[in-house]
Design a protein around this ligand. Structure first.
Ligand code: F6R
Length: 604
């Protein structure tokens, strides 16, 4: 959600900044802009629309500069117009700022600055920042001190990078929004996310809230809010630019669906012993002793993975509750020190999830982040972190990370149940063995799926309903979310029994119902299938291949290989990902950049 990028080098950085923006476009695509500095003033180009439009606009323009910042926007304050695009400048056009986040006290600051004679040209909250820096410079402060004094006035969440005319440096800071530093011999990079600069360097420094960075060609300094130096390690990311590229696929989403077998291999690698026990380095035997209940905090797809985990824990006799993070942040459930609170977040930067995690931290619960992103805020702020190792996910629609989240949570659950009940769950061995087979089974689903053949028949229907029970219920919800976000078709997911309590009124011959079966509770769901079929709705059944009763009861049958029912939901979900993908493709939708959405929602 908004991407910022920056580069300093001892030669021109324009192409590098534009590449960095292209690599970050999944974070927002309403407008884009670039500013450079080369000793002859600050030059800014920005415009409504995607990065390709900006690239076309600056083609042939002499933007040359050794210091550059760029921004790709997902609008919060102000419409997606040229004026509201970043970078924003001050009255003298000598300060240029890019920002990701929300300045909560911007109205007050803007009032104060306007009264003092500053002229604003946009509706954004960001524009107060260059004007604040301008005032500090005018008061005689050197550029870094002016930058610090300006950010001292800000309330809210932000990652900011600024250019100041006449200064051979870029200044940046973060507070509640992501910002990563890239280190290369003669260059330094900054970005909201590593894929922005991964093709230039894999050496990264994960910045902390309050860090102030000064970038110069081939060097950087990091200081805290008081100006005292802080030391942050340089890490090397274990994936490369090819992982963040589309590879021969039409869309990142399809690539990432296809990557699930290898992502799952990485997720479980080394985490199950040869004799079928959980071996989580971070959580040895006894690590969860004393846990009395588990709260999951998460949003969107991660919430559906959490609902899945909630079901598995309840089936094993452990009280578990999956909360949407936005609700928990404002109306939290009571916790004790025996409550394990698990923040499930692909990005580790989702504002709602972080707010709810902070609430749990503040109230003394034990917290764990289950995330894909090493160095993310969730990983740092929770007491403990466990990485799902799915690799970078660029498509806005989460796919491979759902599978890896559920697989990781299943491992945690088997460890936790053994610790809190004193013995492995009844099905532990079978579930862990199913997890080990999962990469191969997902591969079979992808290779054998006939989902593409349904697309033309059902795309453009009045609506789609998805139903399921047990773990198939969160999968139904996830199937509906995926379809609506990338196809813009109306879709809703229900627990199968709930349909007859109201939503059935919407079921017609033009509302396909997708019924998800895991091999558990199937008979009851089949009754619900009969209810919708008798109202004329076509039914697509997703079920284990041996489920002849399901195959006989539905209009379309999407089979998944036989496995343990607790794992079957992951396979069914892969079928649903393909259904959504092909329907959206048949409707010619912008699959990787769905309207109004962006990856990693860093505002509440
Ligand atoms: C849906 C999707 C979103 C995210 C949600 C949480 O495809 O991607 O619903 O799942 O915004 O994001 P994370 O997992 O990064 O916290």
């Amino acid at each position: 959600m908004c991407g910022i990028t920056a580069c300093v080098a001892d030669d021109d950085v324009v192409d590098t900044v534009l590449t960095g923006l292209e690599n970050l476009e999944y974070r927002g695509y309403d407008s884009a802009g670039i500013a450079t500095l080369n000793g002859a003033g600050v030059r800014v180009h920005k415009r409504e629309g995607g990065i390709d439009e900006l690239v076309a606009e600056v083609d042939g323009v002499d933007l040359h500069g050794e210091f550059g910042v760029g921004h790709t926007r997902w609008s919060t304050h102000g419409a997606p117009t040229d004026e509201n695009a970043h970078p924003h400048t001050d009255c003298t056009a000598s300060v240029a700022v890019v920002h990701n986040g929300i300045i909560e006290n911007y109205a007050e600051l803007r009032g104060e600055l306007s009264a003092a004679g500053h002229l604003f040209t946009s509706e954004t909250d960001t524009e107060v920042i260059p004007h604040l820096i301008e005032d500090e410079l005018a008061a005689g402060n050197p550029p870094e001190a002016a930058f610090r004094a300006a950010i001292d006035r800000l309330e809210g969440s932000y990652a900011i990078a600024a250019l100041v005319d006449g200064t051979e440096a870029i200044f940046a800071t973060r507070q509640g929004s992501p910002l990563v530093l890239g280190v290369d011999d003669g260059r330094r990079f900054l970005a909201s996310d590593v894929p922005s600069f991964i093709e230039f360097t894999s050496r990264v420094v994960y910045l902390h809230d309050g860090d102030v960075v000064r970038l110069t060609p081939g060097d950087h300094t990091i200081t805290d809010a008081d100006g005292d130096p802080v030391s942050r390690p340089v890490d090397t990311v274990d994936w490369g630019s090819e992982d963040a590229e589309r590879g021969g696929y039409d869309h990142y989403m399809l690539k990432e669906i296809n990557e699930q077998p290898e992502a799952l291999e990485r997720t479980i690698n080394g985490r199950i012993t040869d004799d079928g026990r959980v071996a989580l380095e971070e959580f040895p035997e006894g690590a969860f002793d004393g846990v009395s209940e588990v709260h999951f905090l998460s949003c969107g797809t991660s919430h559906h993975a959490s609902m899945y985990a909630q079901q598995l824990l309840r089936d094993r006799g452990v009280p578990a509750y999956a909360f949407t993070a936005g609700e928990y942040a404002t109306t939290p459930a009571p916790v004790s020190e025996d409550t394990l609170v698990v923040a499930v977040t692909q990005s580790g930067e989702t504002a709602d999830t972080l707010a709810s995690l902070r609430s749990a931290n503040a109230r003394g619960a034990r917290t764990l982040a289950v995330t894909n992103v090493v160095g993310s805020t969730a990983a740092r702020e929770a007491d403990e972190a466990l990485f799902i190792r799915a690799g970078p996910e660029i498509g806005v629609a989460a796919t491979k990370t759902f599978s890896s989240q559920v697989a990781t949570l299943t491992l945690v659950i088997e460890r936790l149940v053994a610790d809190v009940t004193g013995a492995p769950s009844e099905d532990s061995e079978a579930v862990l063995s199913a997890l080990q087979e999962l990469p191969d089974l997902v591969d079979r689903v992808i290779r054998q799926s006939t989902a593409s053949s349904l697309a033309n028949r059902y795309a453009g229907s009045d609506g789609h309903f998805f139903i399921g029970r047990g773990v198939a219920y969160p999968v139904a919800r996830e199937g509906a979310l995926k379809l609506k976000e990338i196809s813009y078709e109306h879709a809703e997911g229900f627990s199968a029994g709930e349909l007859k309590h109201g939503p059935l009124a919407l079921v017609t011959a033009d509302t396909p119902v997708v019924a998800v079966f895991s091999g558990k509770h199937d008979r009851k769901t089949l009754n619900n299938v009969e209810e919708v079929r008798s109202r004329g709705a076509p039914v697509i059944g997703v079920a284990p291949e041996s489920a002849d009763n399901v195959a006989a009861a539905v209009d379309e049958f999407l089979a998944v290989p036989e496995t343990h029912p607790d794992v079957a939901g992951i396979l069914a979900n892969v079928q649903l990902q393909l259904v959504s993908y092909y329907e959206a493709n048949a409707l010619n939708r912008s699959i990787d950049k769905p309207r109004n959405l962006a990856k990693s929602v860093t505002v509440e």
